[in-house]
Structure formats: structure tokens, C-alpha cells
Design a protein around this ligand. Structure first.
Ligand SMILES: [Zn+2]
Length: 293
């Protein structure tokens, strides 16, 4: 049954999320209906009552030993007694693997009248901020425009597509030469054909952004291609759309693609340089070994 046929049905239907889905993936400032908000538990000085469930959740942990998605368990703020009016609470989760990284949520929470365990939750915010992490390699690649990039990230996390698109475009435009210089470095290490390197260097000198990307897009070393596509070509097509011609949703989608391409590119650049450094070290070890013998 489609929304067009039964518009009134769509309005009435309440969408429920679980507590864990809400904590993991709901951006701040959205009042959300929760299917499994409460459980009936014993609380000291109170007796049996309805308290907020704080199940384990999965979040990205950025600590050196984890650096990936890990289970987080509630470390403080659990067992909060719930009412049918809003309560305002802090709940802190800690990574179960490194026992170090924490995430704190500021929440408004209330039970539905006579309908437990359902209720409503809203995040005022969370620290570290909501959203998948920005890889350190990407931050390094965009260098001085880090703050504008993170502003774009905040827009994207809140679903503000036009804002995210404009911030990301500004970052790529400002840092075009920094990105191309890294690509030249990799090309030189990989002994790419001289004319390709010359074209990349010409693209760095080209002041017209779109022309520069156009020049560089076809001379990218193979190890930097993303599923066979030139990352510069991908950025060029995403950024060539005028923002006035796009809806907020389209901008959001393009902004997400720009961010993913930039992360992938930063990952490949650093991997290519690392592989080369490791190879050089291995060769020098073997050469010296031979000499000593
Ligand atoms: Zn951890």
C-alpha cells in the first residue's frame, strides 16, 4: 500500500525504534518513539518500578587498540526511574574492549501512558558528537580546512544537505593543490610515466578549479582508483552540479558521496606511500644482508 493511496494512514502510523538503534543511529533533536524503553526492576529505596533500559550498543571506538566498531556498555546513568512526564538525564557508555573510550548522551525520556515498555526519547546531544568518525588520514589530507570540513560533517549528520555540500565543495576547492600534490608524490614513487606527472603538475598550476580536475582525472595511478574509477573524476562530477539546481536531498546525497570518495582517496594515498616505504626498507635490508655475506 503506497503513501499516495492512503495518506491518512501514514500520518497515524507511529514508527518505533529500539533503545539501541536510537542511541547508535538517531541524530540529536529528533523526538523518537521507542518500542522497548522500560523494564520493571528493583531500585533501592523505591522497590519495583519502571526503569529505562540501557542495553549494550555498537559504536565506533577511536582508541589506538580498537579503531573500529565495538560493543559499548552502560557505565553510568542506568536504572533511571521513568515517569509519564519528561525526565532529563545523562547516560554514559564505555567501550567494552579497551575500557577507555566513552560516549555520553544527554537525553529527554518519558514513558507512554499505560503502554509500557514503549515511550519517547530525544537526544539533546552526545559527546563525542553524533555520526560516523572522520578518519585521521582524511583530516591530514585536507589540512588547513579541517574546521570547514567538520562543519560540513555536522550539517550532514543533521540532514542539512545544502550546507554540507557547500562546505565540502569549499574544502575540495581550497585544498585541490594539496590533494593533487599527494597524488604527484604517489605517482613519482610508483615511477608513473613522466607525461602523466607533468599533467598533474600542470593541473596544480591551473587556477580554474573545474579545468584542473578535468586535466587530472585521467592521469591517476591505478593504485588510487576506487573500484576502477578515478577519484578525481568522481569528485569532478559530484562538484560540477550547481547547488541552486539541486534539492536539499540531492545535495545531502552528493555531500555523502564527496565525503566517502575523499576518505577512500586519503586511505589509498597513505597506503600507496606506506607500501612503497615498506618495499624500500625490505629491499635495503636484503641488499645490506647480501653485502655483509
Ligand atoms: Zn575501545
Amino acid at each position: 500500500m503506497s503513501a499516495e493511496q492512503h495518506p491518512e494512514k501514514v500520518q497515524q502510523e507511529i514508527q518505533y525504534q529500539s533503545v539501541s538503534d536510537f542511541l547508535e543511529s538517531c541524530p540529536p533533536n529528533q523526538l523518537t518513539h521507542i518500542s522497548d524503553l522500560s523494564e520493571y526492576k528493583h531500585v533501592s529505596n523505591v522497590g519495583y518500578t519502571d526503569v529505562m533500559r540501557t542495553p549494550e550498543i555498537q559504536l565506533h571506538c577511536g582508541s589506538d587498540s580498537c579503531n573500529g566498531v565495538r560493543f559499548f556498555r552502560c557505565a553510568s546513568g542506568y536504572g533511571k526511574r521513568l515517569k509519564e512526564d519528561f525526565e532529563f538525564i545523562y547516560v554514559t557508555y564505555r567501550c567494552s574492549n579497551c575500557q577507555d573510550n566513552e560516549k555520553t548522551f544527554a537525553l529527554a525520556v518519558k514513558l507512554d501512558e499505560d503502554a509500557k515498555p514503549t515511550g519517547e526519547l530525544c537526544k539533546f546531544g552526545e559527546l563525542p558528537p553524533f555520526g560516523p568518525p572522520t578518519p585521521p588520514k582524511l583530516i591530514k589530507l585536507i589540512g588547513p580546512d579541517r574546521d570547514d570540513f567538520l562543519k560540513g560533517r555536522r550539517c550532514e549528520n543533521q540532514g542539512l544537505g545544502i550546507g554540507a555540500f557547500i562546505y565540502y565543495r569549499r574544502v575540495v576547492e581550497n585544498q585541490k593543490n594539496r590533494i593533487l600534490t599527494e597524488i604527484v608524490k604517489v605517482s613519482e614513487k610508483l615511477s608513473a610515466p613522466a607525461e602523466k606527472i607533468a599533467t598533474l603538475k600542470k593541473a596544480i598550476e591551473e587556477t580554474q578549479f573545474s579545468n584542473a580536475l578535468n586535466m587530472a582525472k585521467d592521469v591517476i595511478p591505478e593504485s588510487l582508483l576506487i573500484n576502477g574509477h578515478s577519484p578525481i573524476q568522481l569528485l569532478h562530477s559530484a562538484l560540477s552540479e550547481g547547488v541552486h539546481a539541486l534539492s536539499d536531498e540531492q545535495c545531502l546525497e552528493l555531500a555523502g558521496s564527496i565525503r566517502i570518495v575523499l576518505s577512500e582517496l586519503s586511505e589509498r594515498l597513505s597506503q600507496a606511500l606506506k607500501d612503497e616505504a615498506e618495499l624500500a626498507k625490505a629491499l635495503s635490508t636484503l641488499m645490506n644482508f647480501k653485502k655483509e655475506k
